[in-house]
Design a protein around this ligand. Structure first.
Ligand code: FES
Ligand SMILES: [Fe+2]
Length: 383
């Protein structure tokens, strides 16, 4: 079983991106989408594990709030049996310590109203922002930056409508990022109904033409910090699959060119533009849950001109694109990540035994960028 601690022998052998390998549970002091706003109802707390921390999220008087899901008294999870006797508070099911959702303050103890502890202790709370139909939680202790520092460019545009789904994937979060930003992984999508049904051109892979290039960083303050893939400029798409000179496979020749612009952003969110067709973008997060699991939060976006158009777009995503793209196409990715997990989870051996090739330059550059620009590594002592 793969725990949150990283194998020391492996760490000693990793060159160039050691902090990234240490970040098995993700990077602290970043904003992460925990769920969709539509999933959060007034007075109905939802448990979410982010970066190994069990967090309880609730809508209180219309405002999204998040607290540590662990009572100060004996450390039990409130979520084992949710109890609330007054709006805006949560009462622990065990001995009735009662806390305020807003600031985590211990406001009363039903079983001992004269306790000296009352008013003197606070549960950890987490900053929360709702934007574009998502609930973002800031996991860390530092002062949070603006949300715009942690989401891809364009995601927060006021005229962009965002809609999607989330699911649990049984792989470390980094295998999610590296699957998404991996140029050659499109080999797994050959034969996808999305390409055939929509006349999309999809090669079998990309052969880099200029060693050492491959991405362009974007690291200007106030962020976000990320990398653009430069496939179009520095690689040749491979449509004809050969072995020893003999053609054995073909990519999908289609009229439509999509995915011109692919970029990855800290703390682990991919933007594909356009996708799955002209005028739309995919924004997808790989949110660390624990050492071997991440939440794959997939969204599609489009600029819309009115509330009616926005609603029509959401309906189109539900009726068409979930089936074809977010499930149909991306199921290949989920499958691949879960199939990769075994090697990396086995005492972290994958990080030193992998043999990367030319097209992995984008992954290497992402690892280095993430190592240098993250705001902190999640460590077991924070859990
Ligand atoms: S464990 Fe929560 S009140 Fe005792
Ligand atoms: Fe993919």
């Amino acid at each position: 079983m793969d725990g949150p601690l990283v194998n020391e022998a492996v760490l000693g052998r990793v060159k160039g991106w050691r902090p990234y390998v240490e970040a098995k549970l993700g990077f602290r002091n970043h904003w992460y989408p925990a769920l969709f706003s539509r999933e959060l109802e007034e007075g109905k707390p939802v448990e979410a594990t982010l970066l190994g921390e069990s967090i309880l999220i609730n809508r209180v008087h219309g405002v999204a709030r998040a607290i540590r899901n662990r009572c100060l008294h004996r450390g039990v999870k409130f979520s084992r049996r949710l109890e609330c006797y007054k709006p805006g508070t949560i009462t622990c099911w065990y001995h009735a310590f009662t806390y305020d959702w807003k600031d985590g303050r211990l406001v009363d103890i039903i079983t001992n109203p004269s306790s000296a502890l009352i008013g003197k202790h606070k549960l950890q709370t987490y900053p929360v922002i709702e934007a574009q139909g998502l609930v973002f939680v800031f996991v860390g202790h530092e002062e949070p930056p603006a949300l715009a520092a942690d989401v891809p460019p364009g995601f927060l545009d006021a005229d962009r409508t965002i809609h999607g789904k989330r699911r649990v994937v049984r792989s470390n979060w980094r295998l999610g990022v590296e699957n998404g930003f991996d140029a050659s992984h499109i080999f797994i999508h050959k034969g996808s109904p999305l390409c055939a049904g929509n006349d999309i051109a999809l090669p079998l892979g990309f052969a880099p033409t200029q060693p050492g290039t491959g991405t362009r960083p974007s690291i200007g303050a106030p962020g976000p910090i990320g990398l653009y893939d430069l496939l179009g400029e520095s690689a040749i798409p491979v449509f004809e699959g050969t072995i020893g000179g003999e053609t054995v496979l073909e990519g999908h020749f289609g009229e439509k060119r999509v995915a011109d612009n692919i970029s990855i952003w800290l703390p682990g969110v991919l933007k594909v533009d356009p996708w799955p067709q002209e005028g739309m973008q995919q924004f997808e997060w790989y949110v660390p849950v624990d050492a071997t699991t991440h939440i794959y939060l997939q969204t599609l976006g489009r600029v819309t001109a009115s509330p009616a158009e926005a609603e029509a777009f959401r309906q189109e995503v539900d009726d068409k694109w979930v089936d074809l793209a977010l499930d149909g196409f991306n199921d290949d990715d989920v499958w691949a990540r879960e199939a990769t997990e075994e090697f990396y989870a086995d005492n972290d051996r994958g990080w030193v035994e992998e043999r990367l090739f030319e097209a992995d330059i984008a992954i290497v550059q992402w690892r280095k960028l993430a190592s240098e620009h993250n705001r902190g590594i999640q460590r077991p002592e924070n859990l």
